[in-house]
Write a protein that binds this ligand. Structure first.
Ligand code: SAM
Length: 168
């Protein structure tokens, strides 16, 4: 089980990047994304629509209290991995791949407690970039590709051009 917790969503600035976090989480093998920060119903709806169209299982929800969320996942046996440019490079990190992992990605400012509450603080190179890129690289390294079910749309890969099958 791989869950993603996206901290600090801001209605005025983040709908697009937070949507991309959800799309990357789903496409690259995570099981769910939890959004914290400002509540944004259309963000949740957008990800749910993608699941309906392109398949699942993948779930999305909002959680106002991120500290409670981290504590609950720890209790359930999840290892907490925070992606941050200040962490130890994924290539050098002592992080092991665990069956249950909660991956935390931040927004503009990440509270100091997040660093303390995490089992691992991992960087994707020690340079600033983005939560979308960090999550994509991390999942690509640490997650197995998922078989999507109940999709309405399916891509048939092509050397050139596009082919999409609509399931009846
Ligand atoms: N000061 C932040 C930090 O701790 O990485 C950079 C803020 S960045 C706008 C938002 C989020 O992108 C961060 O909270 C982190 O999850 C992710 N991020 C950015 N650069 C990263 C890197 N080099 N390695 C891992 N995660 C990164």
């Amino acid at each position: 089980m791989m869950s993603v917790l996206r901290l600090g969503h801001r209605l005025a600035r983040d709908p697009r990047i937070s949507t991309h976090c959800g799309l990357v989480a789903r496409a690259l093998g995570a099981d769910e994304i939890i959004y914290s920060g400002e509540h944004d119903e259309s963000l949740l709806k957008g990800i749910e629509e993608t699941v309906q169209r392109w398949g699942g299982p993948f779930s999305v929800r909002y959680e106002a209290n991120w500290k409670k969320c981290i504590a609950e996942y720890r209790k359930k046996g999840y290892k907490i991995t925070h992606l941050t440019m200040y962490g130890v490079s994924l290539k050098k990190s002592k992080m092991k791949k665990h069956k249950k992992m909660l991956i935390i990605i931040g927004g503009e400012k990440v509270q100091p407690e997040v660093y303390q509450m995490s089992d691992y603080n991992v960087s994707i190179e020690n340079q600033p970039h983005s939560e979308v890129a960090a999550l994509a690289v991390f999942l690509n390294e640490c997650c197995r590709p998922k078989k999507f079910r109940n999709a309405k749309m399916r891509i048939v890969p092509q050397e050139k051009g596009k082919r999409v099958i609509e399931e009846k």
